[in-house]
Design a protein around this ligand. Sequence first.
Ligand code: ATP
Ligand code: MG
Length: 135
Amino acid sequence: MERTLSIIKPDGVAKGIIGEIIKRFENDGLRISAIKMVYLTKKEAEGFYIVHKERPFYNSLTDFMSSGPIVVMVLEGNDAIRKNREIMGATNPKDADTGTIRRDFGTNVEKNTVHGSDSLESAAFEIDYFFKSLH
Ligand code: ATP
Ligand code: MG
């Protein structure tokens, strides 16, 4: 069993597709083992995306992530990290495969509806960031 952190970003919550996104995870065998809705401050968004602090999009991304409520989840299952990223699709919705969340709902490379941890290390950091008591 592997765990990964998933976030439905402010654009996904605003579009009213929380249920649709969760249904896709559950249909593909990922279990929701923790879930909450939070409204990040700019500082909290900066802390979450600290690995990107030197990237040109850091300020805009953290503005966006603190612009409205988000849904944060721990997904659990075999190969959960890779499976979640497959269901999400490529970072830029234009490049994402048909049938992926980002292809179906993403607005652009920034407002791309969902986040998913990209490695065991980032999953551990990110789960801890939002759900300290889970491990
Ligand atoms: P995430 O980490 O959100 O799951 P990812 O791993 O596919 O997405 P990263 O390279 O880690 O992509 O970028 C983190 C987030 O930063 C992206 O999901 C997107 O919201 C934003 N982002 C990435 N590249 C750009 C860009 N060129 N311009 C604007 N925003 C970007
Ligand atoms: Mg990433």
